[in-house]
Ligand binder design. Structure first.
Ligand SMILES: C[S@@+](CC[C@H](N)C(=O)[O-])C[C@H]1O[C@@H](n2cnc3c(N)ncnc32)[C@H](O)[C@@H]1O
Length: 284
């Protein structure tokens, strides 16, 4: 069958919609991403050349990628990359796929960095390095330490730092604060695992392909957040901030934990969908 860009976009967006119960516009964007990758063109090119035919090798390559997506594999793992905060990050099945809502955590962190010159930032559970590298890219003067328990994730984060030309981040393998001794920071940020271990969402959609250790956290989803909050005061300077991403419906509990740990100016902030997504407080 002869395949034009237009045919592929229409037919395969419909196939993806049906196979993965996606909405049609989301499925169309995914097909565009696969086509862009195979043809090595921009989205604007696809839209401007709907009549362009795919040659045999392009069709073969594209079909392989589409089959993987039809089996449920996330597009970011198929392409090996995902954009976050305007930067491109390598991702592998060892790393969480950075989510758009996590950009809120970066924005809130950057707002708190501007008030002082040499700011020390700690990112707990760095994964692909999306948060810490976005911060370091926007504020090259900050001192940054990024930890993760996964050696495989740290290798990806290091590669992303190199690709982005950011060479001052210290990456450490650590179970949260364990390897940090008594080091202190002005800002601690974290997007830790926060899904309850028996949450059925873990068996659905893209989450099935992501590392369980990046997602699940005890019976109520708050095991790692409790751990991070409890020990945060010992690693923060006076006036320093703790900022945590958390799940839908967890904001009130996280605020309570932060308050109980002695933090002041405790707050939650909403993502673009209006969901309380990041909570935090300030050590006095
Ligand atoms: C939700 S992912 C966040 C990844 C990345 N920061 C992001 O926002 O895309 C949580 C990360 O925490 C790491 N992690 C889980 N348990 C940990 C622990 N005990 N100590 C350090 N890191 C841990 C996981 O390996 C994973 O990379």
């Amino acid at each position: 069958m002869t395949c034009t860009i237009q045919n592929v976009l229409t037919q395969d967006a419909a196939r993806l919609t049906e196979a993965l119960t996606l909405d049609f516009s989301g499925a169309r964007i995914e097909v565009q991403s696969l086509l862009q990758h195979v043809l090595n063109v921009s989205r604007a090119y696809l839209l401007a050349h709907p009549e362009r035919y795919l040659n045999d090798s392009e069709q073969t390559r594209y079909s392989e990628l589409l089959q993987r997506r039809l089996r449920g594999e996330p597009v970011a793992y198929i392409l090996g990359e995902r954009e976050f905060f305007g930067l491109m990050f390598k991702v592998t099945p060892a790393t969480l796929i950075p989510r758009p809502e996590t950009e809120l955590l970066v924005e809130l962190a950057l707002q708190r960095i501007t008030w002082q010159q040499s700011c020390r930032v700690l990112d707990l559970g760095t994964g692909s390095g999306a948060i810490v590298l976005s911060i370091a890219h926007a504020q090259p003067d900050v001192e940054v330490v990024a930890v993760d328990a996964s050696i495989e994730a740290l290798a990806v984060a290091r590669e992303n730092a190199e690709n982005l030309g950011i060479n001052k981040v210290v990456f450490m393998q650590s179970d949260w604060y364990t390897a940090l001794d008594t080091r202190h920071f002005d800002l601690i940020v974290s997007n830790p695992p926060y899904v309850a271990i028996d949450d059925p969402h873990l068996q659905q959609g893209d989450l099935r392909f992501e590392p369980p250790s990046a997602l699940a956290s005890g019976s109520d989803g708050l095991k790692d957040i409790r751990n991070i909050v409890d020990k945060a005061p010992a690693h923060l300077e006076s006036g320093g901030w703790l900022l945590l991403e958390h799940g839908y419906g967890q904001a009130a509990q996280v605020r309570e934990l932060v308050q109980q740990a002695g933090f002041k100016s405790v707050f939650s902030a909403c993502d673009l969908a209006g969901i309380e997504r990041v909570s935090g407080g300030r050590k006095l």
